[in-house]
Design a protein. Sequence first.
Length: 238
Amino acid sequence: MWILLVEDEISLSKSLKKGLEEEGFVVKISRNGEEAELLGKSNSYDLSILDWRLPKKDGQAVLKAWRSHGVDFPVLMLTALGDTEHKIIGLDSGADDYMNKPFSFDELLARVRALLRRKPQYSNTDDINIGALHFNKRKRTVSIFGNSISLRAKEFLILQLLLSIDGGVFSKHELAERVWGSDTVSDNTIEATISMLRNSLAKAYENKGIKFNDDTYLIETVRGAGYRLNTKILKSLS
């Protein structure tokens, strides 16, 4: 699951990012309202944690802009302004939940999970099975024909993203933002990581006597668009 964390306090944002990533989430940090508004309008996140007080544009204005643009992911608003009036303003602006600073990470995590459970597309299971491939995002494990395969952290996150939408195509820019959390990562780095993931998957199938003429058969390159998982062939390999 993909979270847009909008928080200008550097120590807090780093702490939240670390905690959420340890729970299996992929986190993109934004530290000002103008950037956050643009990122959120892509509507490509599963949830946002949004601070009220931000440089350049406050959280309430960002949230209103998202909702007027049709952005529908749930938003958990954070603020040191804990009076009832500000809670009402935040909720009326489109927030789905509200937390006062300071707060415990465990409570924030529970609220994040509760908000995600309300989403129609959200699955309560951490398991994804496609043919012989078994993926568990919480345990961070991948197996093929019951045999565990070892993936580097970025390989695992790319596979998680490719599995999130059946047949979905993801551009290098999307991979950079959602896996590396930065749009400055080089194309060569992305291509090398994709190549390692392809090789890891192909070898696991080869161990069962299933060979491919080209390991790009499992993760396809869509010219001019990006990459997608060949779920049709994966489903047939069971």
